[in-house]
Design a protein around this ligand. Sequence first.
Ligand code: FBP
Length: 551
Amino acid sequence: MKKSPLQIARAAYQPKMPASIQGATKLVEGKATVSVADQAEIEKLFPNTYGLPIVTFEKAQAAMEAKAINVGVILSGGQAPGGHNVISGIYDGIKSINKNSKLYGFLGGPSGLVDHKYMEITDEIMDEYRNTGGFDIIGSGRTKLEETEQFDKGIEICKQLNINAVVIIGGDDSNTNACVLAEYYKAKNTGIQVIGCPKTIDGDLKNEMIETSFGFDTATKVYAEVIGNIERDANSAKKYWHFIKLMGRSASHVTLEAALKTQPNITLIGEEVEAKNQTLDDVVTYIANAVKARADKGLNFGIVLVPEGLIEFIPAIKKLIAELNDMLAANQAEFDTIAADEKINYVVSKLSAENAALFKSLPASVSTQLALERDPHGNVQVSLIETEQLLAEMVAKKLAAWKKEGKFNGKFATQHHFFGYEGRCAAPSNFDADYCYSLGRVAALLISSGKTGYMSSVRNTTEPADKWLAGGIPITAMMNMEKRNGKMKPVIQKALVKLDGAPFQYFCSKREEWAIETAYVYPGPIQYFGPAEVADITTLTIQLEHGKKVE
Ligand code: FBP
């Protein structure tokens, strides 16, 4: 395949990693863990993988003689920059433990394990993909691993290929499945270990031990570059309000990070909309007021950032979705027999009066998505709802009414954009290239130490990579019970934007100024080469969370 000059240069990049895992390493066990909530229930559901200790890897005097290990790797869910580097980290890690170790990739996501679709990753294949974006080395998919028949099919192929461990690279749902699989394999004494790696551009798989999910750094850099370009266009032409929706299904971290980087006029944060119990009209009025304030200063242009999950955060709509989920789970068989053009009427007939009224009041594009489409994990496919267009239209309507009343004298012309897929397969930034490679190396160490039900963890990430801390966290420690598809299930707790956290608080301290003034910042493209303060720096979110000054 033909390569660009940048790709050729990037192929030679040697990812940086923690000093503690370069050379001989020893595992140190920390204190035992408990789950973040619902301890008794989680312990009962995971008797073999609950309460395990946090582990860290430290430098050792001499490397231990280790036997060859065969590992199967799965990429699960949406693409995120750095996936290939996790795989190269695992590959180099198991080969450095014993050169006869083998890495198999299960093809097309978790279904590859169940359907026995796999390939062996060789030196030649691996070298083609080092430091590249995308998940195309083995492909990804959203099949949910939850049935024992699926787990048993996994055992068959692992026995056939002599696989000692499976690494699942995925988000909170996929790592929840990894934990269930680890428990099942341990309970059945299969000897097959399961290790998770934290992936998602959404940034909502994080906690004290998992400082960030990989891909968040690169994706937000890509979005910030393009938002900066649009800001400069807006500030040059001075004639459009740009409504920009950003990916992030269940949390607004991507939008918040993009805002911190580019200082747009208006940024909606779903978690705040929920906390303030706002309605769709409240949100529209908030934007319209900001448009008016700028128009009063003669500024008829601006930038609005909208998280893709906004709709789900509006409390009334959240309640509606919860009822829809329960109703669909209880009536799925009947629902499947209803003709396509009758499905909406069927849904309305089954809802409570209050929710039926709200459902009918929503634009058809929104209600159809809420009622009909779910991904295999039961999530509403918010990336398909055109919230940016909906908001632009609703604000235009409100301003037109204000104009008639003599309350608004400006101009309001809009453009809308959705940035999501544009960033998910970008070539990983230095941070993601280094972080992902390190996560892969740590996964290999967890496997060779006999661990199962752990997630690979690399911390201290605002420091240079050689000072990063490497280890593992039991996945059960991140779990709580939540309702999914109408039933209470053990799941990894999603990390939403904390309204009392430093990133949001910093944003709050600036947003009034950014709303009225034109305070745009133009970050420019990701730099892969150059001084560390330009090329290696990570997100403002992590820096603020770590108490760093970001002025
Ligand atoms: P993951 O949680 O699997 O990483 O995916 C996140 C995401 O990128 C969301 O931001 C977005 O809503 C969704 O994937 C889109 O899914 P799809 O790729 O199936 O269209």
